[in-house]
Design a protein around this ligand. Structure first.
Ligand code: SFD
Ligand code: AMP
Length: 629
């Protein structure tokens, strides 16, 4: 244990512990600081990266995708809930969606107050990208939000602190309650033990569980950030919390190879996507939607069904699929009232098209530039990405959390808002499930909701949890085992990456991705899978679980990579188990069960799962979908 013992153990005690530094965590920090001050409590935030540029919003965004406009009377809560429910083919928690939606506008107003430029029209009203989406100049979005969170913590003096570049590994549990977390510094030789009264997990979604389409020289490019590596799912599962919608992966359609988002093109520029022959498949294939009623008739067509129609084209060899940016821009120019201003309109549209990517997916602008794409002249290829796990966009996976007292029906509410089924453990953003379409603004808002609950929990319980020295030592040894293993066996072979005594994290990740891609319906399989395929995948995953104790790391950075892949592996297992459990195809375009190719009324339920820390067994659970809207 020479290496392990060379790491100093640092114990941090706090009342409210916020894990992650992304949108949900920043919202949680902002709100927790407010209530903590009133109740004399302390708040601590821990991020694996630097909050100014961490998480999904690191590169910025060009739209806020959840703004309901309640006060303006533009929309109603129930319309939003209906929209989300349809988009998820009937599977969403109305109470959670409504709770976020009724508070989200005030968060957006705060962002504006803190300096985020939101587009306005000549009447001073927000410029909408779509009904629920508003346009921003969002390159510095995350920096602005992180600054506000840090400022709120600073108001608490010594009772408000944040730790950056600390990787969270495990939950700390005592008598079935979550009392903190362990982690290690990426920069210093320190092992951290955070002890808290209540814990909020907001550790983001999961990327690179499936083999990405970008391999070789493109490895690492993905739509969602590669540093979101399944920590939320791992943390809540390991704590024994019930999880929901682990089967709902999100397969976004994106500009091919650089993953530029399509929303602004479809909604703001009203562009069409066509097959190579110029046919608008949303028109020519609309009869297919009749097979997926009532959701097939919903407006807008659910994201997975839009994908499905596109994939039918590709399967018939009618690709490439193109976003007709040229036609969309020309149409707007043609429709501009005064021909004299047409040139100016064209310039403005060109600038907006480039900025859409420069604000959130810089690499797409680089790809356009390097391949001589002029969006006003050249259509651009789009395609389906690899699957992602993200509870905040058009996916749904995450922890099963308690809803608000005033909205939630029986079974959806068991105490503090956004508390998981584990006492003292809360979840928000990508970490909480069945409340899709929260995006950046809704994740921040849900963080605020969870924080209010977590402060109440800390006030009500008012304990200072402790943990045995021996438990800490064991957790420390588990954390640093990959470093010890490498050190012990490194001289056995010449190549540090090839050694029969251990496996390096990159190799481990490649193996995991291969299993998921080939057996669990990844991109190479056109997202198709079946019971025999899933069972075969599970068989190989069992070997991976065994081999995970042989992960080895040369340094602390690689140690982080080891742990990221342990987290991904748990995300993978819960996904395979839940797809297997749900014997139907509900989200064609995200995945297809070839053995159960149709949607079934009896499966209009939540497919939940749970890993029991006592006997280490998995349990699959059906929960009712209760329609409130
Ligand atoms: O166009 C650990 N998103 C969009 N939202 C919008 O509102 N508008 C858009 O335009 C959006 N689009 C978009 C979006 C994301 C991306 C990547 C692109 C485009 C290119 C989605 C939102 O960004 C997303 O919904 C929220 O950010 C989710 O918030 P949250 O808090 O659940 O996740 P996070 O922000 O990624 O933060 C995660 C944090 O956890 C940290 N972390 N810390 C310690 N230990 C560990 N083990 C950790 N693992 C992770 C991270 O560092 C981070 O701080 S569009 O496509 O629709
Ligand atoms: P995206 O860029 O695909 O992440 O989409 C951004 C926002 O626009 C999200 O709220 C999507 O649900 C929505 N969106 C994207 N494409 C469409 C479409 N074709 N029809 C309706 N809504 C869309």
């Amino acid at each position: 244990m020479e290496i392990t013992n060379s790491y100093e153990t640092v114990i941090v005690r706090t009342d409210i512990l916020i894990l992650g530094g992304g949108m949900a965590a920043c919202g949680a920090a902002f709100e927790a600081a407010h209530w903590a001050k009133k109740h004399n409590k302390s708040v601590t935030v821990v991020d694996k990266a630097a909050m100014d540029r961490s998480g999904a919003v690191a590169m910025g965004l060009s739209a806020i995708n959840q703004y309901v406009g309640l006060k303006d009377g533009d929309n109603t809560l129930s319309e939003y809930v209906q929209y989300v429910k349809n988009d998820l083919m009937g599977i969403a928690r109305d109470d959670l969606v409504a709770n976020i939606a009724r508070h989200v506008d005030s968060s957006v107003h705060l962002f504006e107050k803190w300096g985020l430029p939101i587009w306005k029209d000549e009447n001073g009203k927000y410029v909408h990208e779509g009904r629920w989406q508003i346009m921003i100049n969002g390159e510095s979005y995350k920096t602005i939000v992180a600054e506000a969170a840090k400022k709120a913590l600073a108001e608490l003096g010594d009772d408000g602190q944040y730790f950056e570049r600390i990787f969270i590994t495990q939950p700390l549990m005592k008598d079935g309650r979550c009392i903190g977390a362990t982690g290690f510094s990426i920069r210093e030789k320190k092992f951290y033990v955070f002890l808290a009264n209540s814990v909020i997990t907001a550790l983001g979604g999961a990327v690179h569980v499936f083999k990405p389409k970008s391999v070789g020289e493109g490895l690492g490019r993905s739509w969602y950030p590669p540093f979101n590596s399944g920590a939320s799912t791992y943390f809540t599962l390991k704590a024994g919390a019930e999880m929901t919608c682990q089967e709902i992966r999100f397969v976004p359609v994106r500009f091919k190879d650089a993953y530029g988002p399509v929303g602004a093109w479809f909604l703001l520029f009203k562009s069409k996507a066509t097959n190579a022959l110029g046919e608008d498949y949303m028109e020519t294939r609309k009869d297919e939607l009749q097979k997926w009623l009532p959701y097939g008739a919903a407006k807008p067509t659910p994201a997975n069904l839009r994908n499905h129609l596109m994939m039918l084209e590709v399967n018939e060899g009618k690709g490439p699929i193109y976003m007709r940016t040229d036609e969309a821009i020309q149409k707007i120019v043609d429709e501009s009232e005064d021909p004299k201003t047409a040139k100016r309109t064209l310039k403005k549209l060109e600038a907006e098209a480039w900025e859409d990517f420069l604000d959130m997916t810089v690499s797409q602008a680089l790809l356009w530039a390097s391949t001589n794409v002029k969006p006003e002249e050249t259509p651009s290829e789009i395609s389906a990405c690899e699957p992602y796990f993200i509870g905040s966009h058009s996916g749904g996976n995450g922890a099963w959390v308690s809803g608000p007292e005033d909205l939630s029906p029986e079974g959806y509410h068991w105490g503090y808002p956004n508390m998981t089924t584990v006492k003292g453990l809360f979840a928000a953003g990508d970490a909480s499930g069945a409340s899709s379409h929260k995006f950046s603004s809704g994740s921040f808002t849900e963080g605020r909701i969870a924080a209010k609950g977590a402060v109440s929990f800390a006030v009500d319980t008012n304990e200072k949890p402790d943990i045995d020295e021996a438990v800490i030592q064991q957790l420390k040894e588990d954390t640093f085992r990959p470093l010890e293993l490498y050190n012990e066996h490194k001289d056995y072979a010449n190549d540090p990456n090839i050694n029969p005594n251990f496996i390096k994290p990159q190799m481990f990740m490649f193996r995991l991705q291969k299993i998921m891609d080939e057996y669990a319906g990844g991109a190479s399989q056109a997202f198709k899978t079946s019971k025999p395929m899933l069972e075969r995948g599970m068989h190989f995953l069992d070997f991976m679980k065994e081999d995970s104790s042989k992960l080895a790391a040369e340094d602390t950075h690689e140690l982080m990579r080891c742990w990221e892949n342990i987290h991904r592996m748990w995300q993978a297992e819960s996904h395979i188990r839940t797809i297997l459990f749900r014997e139907e195809t509900r989200w064609p375009g995200y995945y297809f069960r070839t053995d159960f190719p149709e949607m079934k009324e009896e499966w209009k339920v939540f497919a939940n799962c749970k890993w029991n820390p006592e006997d280490e067994e998995w349990e699959m659970i059906k929960r009712e979908v209760i329609d409130l809207a």
